[in-house]
Every structure is written in C-alpha cells, then in structure tokens.
Design a protein around this ligand. Structure first.
Ligand code: ATP
Ligand code: MG
Ligand code: MG
Ligand code: MG
Length: 566
C-alpha cells in the first residue's frame, strides 16, 4: 500500500485521558479512536494489526481441530435463566428489551448459546469430541473501562467450546488447547506465562490463564523460579481460609505505633490480619475490587471505615442488591454474606484515594486517630511489602520460594465439566445405550486486548516496535524526494512492485513530507523494516536499511533488498 492511499493520522502528543503507554501510542499512531467510554473504533491501520492477531489465532485453532462458526451477539434472556446466570452475572451484562418487551443481553460470553446448539445437534457419542470457536464482539459493562482497548466495554474475543463423552476426553482437548494457546502467544512474539487460575463467574473446575508479562498488568502473578508453579494471586485468595476478625478497638490502638510498615498500617485501617491484607492488596486492581475484597473478607462486617479523606463521598446502601450493583460483585459474593441493609460503606473517592495510596500513585493525606502517613508512619511502598511477604512464602509444590510479577490476562481456559450441560440438559447417548451428560471445556482469548498488550511489551520513546507477526506492514520504503526526482520515484516504485510480488506487506511513503517526519511516522506506527532510498546511494545501486527493533543502519544493494527481507 502507498501512504497516499492509506488513511492514517498521527499525533505528536497523546490525549491527556490516556495513562498507559500502549493506550497513548495507539491513539498517537491513530490505530484506534474513542467513541465513548470503553468504545473504540479500529481505524484502518489498527484494524490491520487486529486482523493479523486474528489470523494467527485462527490458524492455531484450526490446527487444534476446532471449527469456526459465528453466533449472534444478542442472546435471549431465557437461555441465561436456564443456567441461572441471568440474575447472577451482575451489572457487567448489558440487558436490552425489544419492541415486544422480550429481554435479551448483548453477549458477554457464549456458554449458554453454544450449549443450546450442542444439545440439539449432538446426540451420539459418535459425534464427540467436537470443538467450535468464533472470533466475535463481546460487551461487558465494565465498572471502570480504562486503558483503551485493554479494558474496553465492547471488545473482540476468540471463544472456543469443546464437548466430550467423558472427562478423559475433556482433559485431552484441554491439554491440546493449552498447547495451542502457547503456540499463539509464541508466534505473536510475546513474553507470556501460563498460570493456574480461579474459575470466577464462568464456573467449572480446572483453569489456566495466559498472561503477557508487563508492569502495567492489572494482575499479580506468583511464580516459583525453580519449578513450573505459577498462579494468579486471585487463586491464592480464593483458596485461603477465612481469617478470624480482630477485637473491636484493637486496630485503632495498633496504628498509634509509628514503626509499622504500610501493610501493617493498612491491616490496622481495615481491621483485618496482616496475611489477609497482603492477599487483599495483591488482589486489588481497582478501588472497587478493594471494597469487594473487604466485603467478601469479613462476614460480620457492619461498617467499613477506611479513614477520612478531604472531599470524600459517603454512601449508604439500602439493600444487598444496591451494594452488588455499585461494586459489580460477581455472583455469590454477597449471597451468603448477607450485608445488612443500611450498612454504611465509605466508598468512592475514599477508596480510590486508598487505592492510590497503597499503590503509591499519589499520596493523599489520611487522618486517623491523629496519625498522618508520611509524618507519623513510613511512606507507603506496598509493592515491596507484597514482594517481601510472597518472597517469604514457600511454593505450594515445595520446590522453592515464590516471586511476584505483573501480568495482563490475554487468555483463559476452563474445564467446565458438566456445570452448564447439567443445567441445560445437554445429553448424548453413549456406546452402551445410556443417556449421559456432556463434559465441556471453554477457551477464551482477548484478541483486541492482545494488540495493547503487545505494545505494552514492545515500544520505545519513538513509538511502537511491533513483533513481526502483527505489524500492520512488514517493510516501509521511504524515498528521499519521490516528487522531486524521477530516478528516485522509478526505483521506489520498482522496489514496491517487487515486494508486492513477493507477497510482502509493504508500505511506500509517497507523501510529499520532510524526511524527518516520514521517519518519525514509520517509527511511531512500528514498521519492523525500513528502506531509505536516496539519490547518492542510488547512484551506486545501494539503499539504506534499518530495523525498528534496533541496530545499525546498513547499506544493501537495491537488487538484493527483497531477497534479504522476505
Ligand atoms: P479480566 O480479569 O481482565 O476482567 P476476565 O477474566 O473477566 O478478564 P474472561 O471471562 O476470562 O475475562 O474472558 C476471556 C478473555 O477476554 C480474557 O482473558 C481477556 O483477555 C479478554 N477480556 C475480558 N474482559 C475484557 C475487556 N473488558 N476488554 C478487553 N478484553 C477483555
Ligand atoms: Mg472481567
Ligand atoms: Mg480475570
Ligand atoms: Mg478470565
């Protein structure tokens, strides 16, 4: 393609709403454009990247024997009522009503729809096992959409589902999917780690997440450098036994001693044990999750008091339902806990400030029992605290100690077993003639999130450094004087034609711009290889080559370029 035909626009500065480097670069490179909260348009250049990610995923899914299909994005409420998830999925689900007053949702995931297909299509053990997948738009009304397409409300997911006659068959497919996922992320050129995970709202038993390793990641992963053990700390929290509550008043006294670490101070503030605090903080990726963790962590909770911050908001909730809605609680969170109506939760900015405080982002002043952080208590450094505690822990496999790193969840696979099939009567006739419930697996990849995660891992001060597999173009040709010199134009056009014939994705910068701004644009949008054609070199039959990944500028004979780069 030629830049004169490609619509793209780059920005020198990122709009101020972007916090993460990947979000900034995606806006600056003109890959995406914001429509509303958590809603993004993929501009032509960005869509090329998204499609390349999809192509790798498709290829690996096909190799794993899964068959592509496409289910509707809009799903009838009745299906979700069958599994009970209509009521428990929570406010993440966008519910809609049609002109006949029938209820639907915009699919946040597709277990119900695929199980409905399986129960009517698959009748005999002879049809099993079978796997299907789709690449499609999902909608989740995230409480805090942020970081651009990293946590959007509308996003692209690859979701696959497998159906089996028995557990052994599910395990075999699960293993094959685990391998496909590893292949996908390796081919995409990402540094990743597979970790044992909690099954969350999706349900089922065994589960692994795939994380792209990046400091900007919202998840804390515990792993053992001496063995294969790796887990999302969410899992550690889910498995941890409930902690006994402290005696009232004890916490307030604790905080008077100025020698506490941040963790101890937070534990005192929250009136819970140190160990639990560490886990809660490890769990916490947003202020709201902190509150959820608090609510979940203490069954006798009457009042959650985090201290006083200037300009804080103070809410009263009338019912469990309101609390659940406000904090986006996953199913079951408040059910057995039963927070009494009228409970006073100091939330919103207080908790946000608390979150910032423990994360060290900024340091609001907490006034508690006269205690002032920074003056009476040490400056917070919660990440170091978590590291210390986790570093002290033995790996559950007994093969060493744990370390912590941050990850971006890009994939998640589950052994659902018969959770959905039972509720939806998804049965088949086995070889012995008996009627049995199907075993089921499901496998998700955050396709659009991968684009952001890849940039988070591959960039420098000049812009994006795409891994080869997902760059919008592989080679950029930048002629010095395309509009001025006939020889330059002829050489550039010929080279462009040669690359195109060789099947290489090539971008010819035929704009009438200053060389500096053409170079800057090609670097910003992350084209892995750049060929510069100048008059002097051309006189000797040479062009200049530079790799976006780094390294010296090299001279290459014009006649060798395509052979060397394809
Ligand atoms: P997260 O923990 O980040 O909220 P999740 O566990 O809710 O993700 P899953 O239900 O496991 O997500 O969905 C499969 C994949 O879809 C995730 O691994 C992630 O890569 C992607 N995904 C989930 N939510 C979003 C979102 N809001 N924006 C972009 N991608 C998402
Ligand atoms: Mg989620
Ligand atoms: Mg998750
Ligand atoms: Mg997940």
């Amino acid at each position: 393609m030629r830049t004169s035909q490609l619509y793209f626009s780059t920005l020198k500065e990122a709009p101020s709403e972007a916090e993460l480097i990947s979000h900034k670069l995606m806006l600056r490179a003109g890959l995406i454009k914001r429509l509303g909260s958590g809603l993004y348009t993929w501009m032509p250049l960005g869509l090329r990247v998204l499609r390349k990610v999809e192509a790798v995923i498709r290829d690996e899914m096909n190799k794993a024997g899964a068959q592509e299909m496409l289910m509707p994005a809009v799903q009838p409420a009745e299906l979700w009522q069958e599994t009970g998830r209509w009521d428990v999925f929570g406010p993440q689900m966008l519910k809609i009503t049609d002109r006949h007053e029938r209820q639907f949702c915009f699919g946040p995931t597709h277990e119900e729809v695929i199980t409905d297909i399986a129960r009517s299509e698959l009748r005999s053990y002879k049809q099993l096992p079978v796997s299907f997948y789709q690449i499609q738009t999902k909608f989740r009304d995230e409480i805090r959409p942020r970081f651009g397409v990293m946590r959007a409300r509308e996003f692209t997911m690859k979701d696959a589902y497998s159906f089996h006659a028995n557990f052994e068959s599910l395990q075999a497919t699960y293993g094959a999917m685990y391998q496909s996922y590893s292949n996908v992320f390796a081919r995409l050129g990402l540094k990743f780690r597979a970790v044992a995970a909690d099954t969350g709202a999706i349900g089922g038993s065994g589960s692994h997440e795939f994380h792209v390793l990046a400091d900007a990641g919202e998840d804390l992963l515990a792993y053992c450098p001496d063995s294969d053990y790796a887990a999302n700390t969410e899992l550690a929290e889910a498995l941890a036994p409930a902690e006994p509550r402290r005696a009232p008043g004890e916490a307030m006294r604790d905080i008077d001693t100025p020698k506490q670490t941040t963790c101890e101070a937070v534990a005192a503030l929250m009136d819970i044990s140190m160990e639990r605090t560490v886990k809660l903080l490890a769990l916490m990726t947003s202020a709201n999750e902190l509150v959820i963790a608090l609510l979940r962590g203490d069954h006798n909770l009457n009042e959650v008091k985090l201290g006083k911050v200037e300009g804080m908001a103070d809410f009263r909730f009338a019912s469990d339902e309101e609390i659940r809605a406000a904090f986006n609680c996953p199913p079951g969170f408040l059910g057995p806990v039963g927070i009494p109506a009228g409970v006073r939760v100091i939330a919103d900015r207080t908790v946000a400030a608390m979150s910032d405080f423990v994360c060290g982002a900024n340091k609001p002043k907490f006034h508690l029992a006269g205690v002032n952080f920074g003056r009476d208590l040490p400056e917070p450094n919660i990440v170091a605290d978590i590291r210390n505690v986790v570093n002290g822990d033995a790996s559950p496999d007994g093969k060493g100690t744990l370390e912590i790193c941050r990850g971006i969840e890009v994939g998640h696979i589950f052994q659902l077993r018969t959770t959905y099939a039972e509720k939806m009567k998804c049965q088949f006739t086995d070889a012995d003639g008996s009627l049995k419930t199907m075993e089921m697996g499901c496998y998700g990849i955050g396709v659009s999130r991968i684009v952001a995660a890849a940039i988070e891992q591959n960039h420098d001060e000049r812009g994006i450094k795409y891994p080869a597999a997902i760059a919008p173009f592989t080679v950029a040709i930048v002629p010095m004087g395309y509009h001025r010199s006939e020889t330059i134009k002829a050489a550039a056009d010929a080279l462009y034609a040669e690359f195109t014939a060789a099947g290489v994705d090539v971008l010819l910068d035929d704009r009438n711009e200053r060389p500096g701004s053409m170079f800057a644009d090609m670097e910003l949008i992350g084209i892995p290889h750049r060929i510069t054609i100048g008059e002097k070199g051309l006189a000797e039959g040479m062009v200049e080559y530079i790799a976006r990944a780094g390294g010296e500028m090299k001279k290459i004979a014009l006649t060798d370029v395509v052979r060397v780069l394809s």
